[in-house]
Design a protein around this ligand. Structure first.
Ligand code: GCU
Length: 680
């Protein structure tokens, strides 16, 4: 409807808030005004106010309401209510939303809080202007909610413009140059702020030659992006190479304990802050998959991270130091090496040695973003270190944005997991108390941002769960559906909503059913990682195995007879995972090597489970395809066409997975399907 809005306060992000409501007024009707702290504001429907812009609240009960539409009266009433409830400060990014009489009030202590309050109101839609309700206070669980772009500046000969990117080119870079599509980057910043993201790293963690120079000669390119993201409360971070003092500074060494190296990092970082005063910090992949690191100089990762941290401290920056360190040149014949152990073995002994502004960034699982993994034991093992947990929104191992795979149920499970018995802290709490949540972005220059239009829901859900890990994945999906498909203008909004839930809610488990079984992981084509290849990694140096033979399958990671990985967990998980009887079915083959006739907790044998889930998974994809057809006239034709095309490929690929996995295990085991279905 036609709304009268007033925005009170000053600052860059308040300008953004005003621009948003002003634009909405132009599109939908209504008026938008700015005001200082004038208590005599005229009648309005919506007031967005920065508390510091308002006069001090009058003590005592709220004033008599001579003008029930008056914003001042509404603001006073909401402030009094917050005071009486002992709500405390709203904080750096928090806000309160209330409906007082006929006025909706959004209050915040900071401009960023006001922006998040506005986006909350957008999510509420018309219901934000319904019956009066008391103030709801919202504050983010995680202070930093970050997206890492694996974007290259140059087109990499193997990885392309975006490493593991499934949505076209980079929105930041193109063929060695900044892309300079300001409208696109601004729209992206707006999209991210609406999801709750407040930090972005703009280049790939594998820092190649050109990208290394973003730190020095090409800093202006980074500053340009920072200027576009800043109005939406997003700080820019940069992935840097540990060898920078050598490759950029011309020093003979990058040894972190060398005084000249320390001085180089300090000076270089000072120049970064002179150019980008709110620069977020560095992201480092060191001693990992060929990237340089402190090991070359006989130093450890605390030595390495601290020298960068020291350089960033004066500017208020942090270093995100990745724990993804393992030997990728293993001999597959050597059964004593277990890649799953590596991050813990390298990092847990360093607990307590990292400076305060070092954030050790841990992948959520011990391997590498597989469809199913246990929670990384590193997350429980470093109480004296700030940890960030890393997710992969880009669907490298979960269908590459050709398959529907809504990941929020998986992330929610991880965030709610309590790895330590002693304090019961969840992964979400441990991340919130440390460095927050980080994810690898799934966005590119594709017209739908994410290649598969339904993959947008993963980006949205990541931001929302980083803000509030308690949110239910289905509720997050509802929000996304409302914001994306505008059910108000849809002829059959209920069919639309129900169908999208039917397609997406369980899609991660569907994907799991037709791919690698029972937590065993990988089984993808080496290199690009798309489609089935059961033995693809079995005999390579990357160290991921399933050990299938004629008798059984799975990796023995027990203390009793295997690699001892279960011993990296505290109780009770060290016992649960060690025990064949107590280990959850979905992780059985991650922890144990078992005969094909082993009976799962579900009552099925391992081999029959493999056959059944692969038939089920494909049937579920067939059902997805049929359901999607119901939406032919309910969604935008271009979206309809794109999703249809992707579903066709998903079905083809799911059948290929089913037939390869089933045939493989049938040939190995010789066990027929109990239901006599063809196993090829
Ligand atoms: C995976 C991925 C790589 C990436 C790496 C990382 O292994 O395949 O492309 O560089 O993770 O997280 O650093």
């Amino acid at each position: 409807g036609t709304r009268r809005t007033v925005v009170c306060g000053e600052g860059l992000l308040v300008d953004t808030v005003f621009a948003e409501v002003d634009r909405a007024a132009t599109w939908y009707g209504g008026t938008a005004r700015r005001a200082g702290g004038d208590p005599g504001l005229p009648a309005v429907d919506l007031v967005l106010a920065l508390s510091c812009a308002l006069p001090s609240p009058r003590p005592g009960p709220p004033p008599a309401e001579s003008d029930p539409d008056g914003s001042s009266a509404a603001i006073d009433a909401v402030r009094a209510e917050l005071g009486a409830a002992g709500a405390g400060p709203l904080g750096a990014e928090g806000f309160a939303v209330a409906r007082h009489g006929a006025v909706t009030v959004v209050l915040a202590d900071t401009p960023a809080g006001l922006l998040y309050g506005l986006f909350d109101l957008v999510r509420l839609g018309e219901s934000g202007f319904g019956p009066a309700h008391p103030a709801r206070v919202r504050r983010p669980a995680m202070a930093r909610r970050m997206l890492d772009h694996w974007d290259n500046v140059d087109v990499h000969p193997v990885m392309g413009q975006v490493e593991r990117g499934y949505a076209g080119g980079s929105i930041f870079w193109q063929a060695g140059r900044p892309r300079r599509d300001e409208a696109r980057v601004t729209a992206y910043a707006r999209l991210l702020a609406a999801c709750g993201i407040n930090a972005v790293s703009v280049n790939n963690v594998n820092v190649h030659a050109t990208e290394a120079r973003l730190l020095t000669e090409r800093l202006d390119d980074v500053a340009e992006i920072a200027d576009l993201l800043r109005p939406y409360g997003i700080r820019v971070h940069l992935a840097v190479t540990f060898a920078a003092p050598v490759v950029l500074g011309g020093l003979p060494t990058a040894d972190p304990l060398d005084p000249a190296v320390r001085a180089w990092w300090a000076e270089t970082t000072e120049r970064v802050y002179a150019r980008i005063p709110d620069f977020g910090g560095y992201l480092v992949k060191a001693d990992s998959e060929g990237q340089p690191g402190p090991f070359s100089y006989g130093r450890d990762h605390a030595d390495g991270a601290n020298v960068l941290a020291e350089a960033l401290a004066p500017g208020g920056g942090v270093v995100h130091w990745r724990a993804f360190v393992y030997n990728h040149r293993q001999d597959w014949r050597d059964r004593s090496t277990d890649r799953a152990r590596a991050a813990f073995d390298h990092f847990s002994p360093l607990d307590g040695r990292f400076q305060d502004n070092v954030i050790v960034q841990v992948k959520h699982g011990p391997l590498d973003f597989q469809t199913r993994e246990p929670v990384s034991p590193v997350i429980a093992a470093m109480p004296g270190t700030r940890l960030a947990v890393e997710f992969q929104v880009t669907q490298e191992y979960t269908g590459q944005q050709r398959h529907v795979c809504y990941l929020a149920p998986w992330w929610s499970e991880i965030l709610r997991f309590a790895p330590r018995a002693d304090d019961g802290a969840t992964v979400a709490e441990l991340a919130a108390g440390g460095g927050g949540l980080v994810a690898v972005s799934n966005v590119g220059d594709d017209e739908f941002w994410t290649g598969h239009p339904l993959a947008q829901a993963n980006l949205y859900a990541f931001g929302r769960l980083a803000w509030d890990p308690e949110l239910r994945p289905q509720a997050v999906l509802d929000e996304w559906i409302d914001l994306t498909f505008d059910p108000a203008s849809c002829p059959d909004p209920e069919l639309l909503r129900r169908t999208l839930h039917e397609i997406m809610d369980d899609s991660w488990r569907t994907y799991e059913r037709y791919t690698a079984p029972l937590g065993v992981g990988f089984m993808v084509r080496p290199g690009h990682h798309y489609g089935p290849d059961v033995d693809g990694y079995e005999y390579t140096p990357w160290g991921t195995y399933h050990f299938a033979d004629r008798d059984g399958v799975g990796v023995d990671r027990t203390r009793a007879t295997g690699t001892g990985f279960t011993g990296q967990y505290p109780a009770p998980w060290s016992q649960v995972y060690e025990s064949l009887d107590r280990c959850p079915d979905e992780l059985l083959l991650f922890f144990h090597h078992v005969p094909y006739h082993h009976v799962l907790r579900s009552g099925s044998t391992v081999i029959q489970h493999i056959y059944d889930t692969h038939f089920d998974g494909v049937r579920e994809v067939e059902a997805m395809c049929r359901r999607w057809e119901w939406l032919a006239r309910l969604v935008d034709p271009a979206v309809y066409a794109r999703v249809t095309e992707r579903l066709t490929e998903q079905l083809r690929c799911a059948r290929e997975w089913r037939d390869q996995v089933n045939a493989y295990f049938h040939r190995k085991s010789g066990v027929p399907d109990a239901h006599g279905r063809p196993l090829h």
